[in-house]
Design a protein around this ligand. Structure first.
Ligand code: ATR
Length: 285
């Protein structure tokens, strides 16, 4: 007898643009698993009912995206360290009726970066942003031993994130403003620049917070925006002779980590990346 079908869902609002179903279904197929992944639009007022439905229907696992990542945490039975540090959940596992929240965004971003440049231990990293994504990335980077400077438009948010890292991990992070001069100075001594803001995302594709004159050849520039795959920031980096890491890597690795949490099996990264790339191309037509 073949095992019963397992259902996985992405919940968010909106979800039309997601490539996660293509990525996960390709992985399930590659490993011959009797599993299916679909995206459903859940308005905030139905979030609690949806989680009750997940329990009632014994849905095996969920991905959670904007705007539910923070609110969903209170509806679960347990949070893994990744979710409690980030203060947000992007992955849920239904473990025999117990819903456990995880956050794979930070470690997904870290793996994508380390894939390209090796360990970040001791590296000077300038992180742009202090929102949900930046927060998850900051904790993963700090845990991996990177030395962080956090630059955000709203400076109190950068300060609050640095304080949280200090309190929860006992590690120092330096908050600065998004002011060009301050940023330029910080970038002079930096090994890595990560954009964890939404600046440069489609349709505002010509926006960037950092230009080539603020970069140096030894810098690695990583944008978490993957739409378009080559952002203005990455073009500026190429102009400066800097190495670039696009946002596809984080997208694929956060998905691969979720896949491994759900299935206990090694994720077929290459298959997932090809599916994500193909779906992004199809959706941008
Ligand atoms: P997410 O969960 O995707 O990280 P978020 O929590 O709304 O979304 O965070 C968005 C991030 O992008 C924030 O760091 C935000 O800066 P503020 O904290 O000052 O709002 C940053 N951001 C968005 N638009 C920006 C812009 N035009 N210029 C500079 N930073 C911007």
């Amino acid at each position: 007898m073949s095992p019963a079908l397992k259902i996985f869902l992405l919940i968010g609002d909106p979800v039309e643009q997601t490539v996660s179903p293509a990525m996960h279904n390709a992985a399930f197929e590659k490993l011959g698993l009797n599993c299916v992944y679909a995206a459903v639009n859940v308005p905030p007022r139905f979030l609690a009912d949806t989680i009750a439905g997940v329990r009632a229907m014994r849905i095996s696992g969920l991905n959670v995206t904007i705007p539910h990542k923070i609110a969903v945490a209170d509806l679960l039975d347990e949070l893994d360290e990744s979710a409690s540090l980030a203060g947000a959940v992007n992955t849920i596992k239904n473990q025999r009726g117990k819903l456990i929240g995880f956050n794979t965004d930070g470690d997904g971003a870290l793996q994508a970066l380390e894939d390209k440049i090796g360990s970040v231990k001791g590296k000077e990293v300038v992180l742009l942003g202090a929102g949900g994504a930046a927060r998850a990335i900051a904790f993963s980077l700090a845990k991996a031993g990177a030395r962080l400077t956090i630059s955000n438009r709203t400076v109190p948010r950068a300060k609050a994130l640095a304080l949280m890292i200090e309190q929860k991990l006992g590690m120092h992070a330096r908050p600065i403003s998004l002011n060009r001069d301050q940023l330029k100075k910080a970038l002079k001594n930096a090994d890595v620049l990560i954009n964890a803001t939404s600046v440069g995302m489609h349709p505002a594709v010509n926006q960037t917070l950092v230009t080539s004159d603020m970069m140096h050849r030894g810098l690695v520039v990583n944008d978490i925006v993957y739409k378009p795959i080559e952002t203005r920031l990455l073009r500026e980096a190429r102009r400066a002779g800097a190495k670039t890491v696009n946002g596809l890597g984080m997208l694929v690795h956060q998905g691969a980590l979720a896949f491994e949490i759900w299935t206990g099996k090694r994720a077929p990264i290459k298959v997932m990346e090809a599916a994500a790339r193909k779906e992004l191309r199809r959706k941008s037509r």
